[in-house]
Design a binder for this molecule. Structure first.
Ligand code: FAD
Length: 334
């Protein structure tokens, strides 16, 4: 297999050049630019028009060597955006900053290296901007048309984008790195705006009770239980008597009877205990999706036609407020 030719740096026609404005994210490691940042600049220049670099960091001092180098790499301008939350360029805080910059700056193109960071950040920025990302760009044919490898590099696909903003990551090895020159770009340093959520701390709920995901016995309550107080007075004593974990239907969770970490079903936990006791749960298909593989299913419901009885091994048609306390007593006596 022959090596792919490196892409020429000459930009397109004067009209394309006049319209395009490209922002290029320059990745840093420690206080320095990563090598692929220089390749990304070359790709951004290929689009034509004005090219603005973007460096982020905890504060100005932490990225100074990167800024001093980048401003000599033929950029028209260089933005530096700082915030303690941007120190490690985590996707959650960083993506909203990027999306805001692109929108406010009216950029037509936003580029970055196709590195682990670019691959993590850019899809999120694309989502926020509601455009399609173009990944691993090897060449740029005009300001709308890009080539990229597909099928693990066995074919090259040409992608023409009609999005208002072209968001793309570039394959470093196919672009010559931009060189430092004498001209220096103007540097604009500001605190970042629109920083996304930061990781602050975590509080884990500690419980003596068996874990719902792995417990051999689970007692779940549904809307039929009718209130949080009743949930605590019926479901919890039965779970205690059986040494069981507690579960709940979505209706019970949505009504505030139980924490949403206890939801069983399609959008909750999928479990398969030895014994699953469904109390006041109708047996909607979305609930069954989370518990139908349980070895023995016991259902207590006052409606003999409730669908839960179709999957139950043992069914008790009864008012739960009478049946459950009686059951608790019997289990405790046994
Ligand atoms: P209900 O359907 O209202 O049933 C209450 C039952 O209690 C009834 O059968 C009634 O006969 C019985 N009852 C009432 N009073 C008594 C009494 N005194 N004694 C005995 N029985 C009594 N649901 C989930 O559970 N988990 C999910 O993950 C989930 N994901 C969903 C995802 C999607 C996309 C959608 C659309 C829905 C999802 N749902 C999920 C909701 C699901 O469709 C049902 O609305 C929900 O499971 C109903 O919960 P329930 O059985 O507690 O309430």
């Amino acid at each position: 297999r022959t090596a792919l030719p490196r892409t020429a740096t000459r930009a397109f026609s004067a009209s394309a050049r006049a319209k395009a404005e490209t922002l290029v994210f320059l990745e840093t490691k420690g206080d320095s630019l990563v090598p692929s940042a220089a390749n990304a600049i070359t790709a951004a220049k290929k689009v034509g028009g004005k090219v603005t670099g973007l460096i982020i960091g905890k504060d100005e001092a932490s990225v100074k060597p990167a800024v001093d180098r980048a401003k000599k790499m033929g950029l028209d301008a260089l933005l530096v955006r700082t915030s303690p939350a941007l120190e490690h360029a985590l996707a959650e805080p960083t993506a909203p900053v990027f999306a805001e910059l692109v929108k406010k700056g009216g950029y037509t193109h936003f580029a970055a290296g196709h590195s682990a960071l670019g691959k993590n950040l850019f899809p999120r920025v694309a989502g926020l901007l509601e455009v399609q990302q173009i990944s691993d760009v090897m060449s740029i044919q005009d300001e709308n048309t890009f080539t990229r490898p597909v099928y693990a590099g066995n074919a090259i696909s040409t992608v023409k984008s009609t999005d208002s903003i072209k968001l793309f990551t570039v394959r470093a090895s196919t672009w010559e790195p931009a060189q430092e020159g004498d001209k220096e770009a103007e540097v604009d340093v500001k605190e970042a705006e629109n920083v996304g959520p930061e990781w602050v701390s975590e509080e884990l709920v500690k419980s003596e009770r068996p874990d719902l995901a792995t417990a051999p016995t689970v007692v779940s309550g549904g809307r039929g239980v009718k209130s949080k107080e009743a949930f605590d007075e019926t479901i919890i004593p039965l779970a205690d008597a059986l040494g069981a974990a507690i579960g709940a239907s979505r209706a019970a969770v949505d009504s505030g009877y139980a924490d949403n970490s206890l939801q069983v079903g399609q959008t909750g936990k999928v479990i398969a205990p030895n014994l699953y006791v469904a109390v006041g749960i109708s047996g909607a298909i979305q609930h069954l999706a989370g518990m139908k593989d349980s070895k023995t299913i016991v259902a207590i419901n006052k409606d003999a036609d409730a669908p839960i009885f179709q999957v139950a091994d043992i069914g008790l048609v009864a008012d739960l407020f009478e049946a459950v306390p009686e059951l608790v007593k019997k289990v405790e006596e046994a």
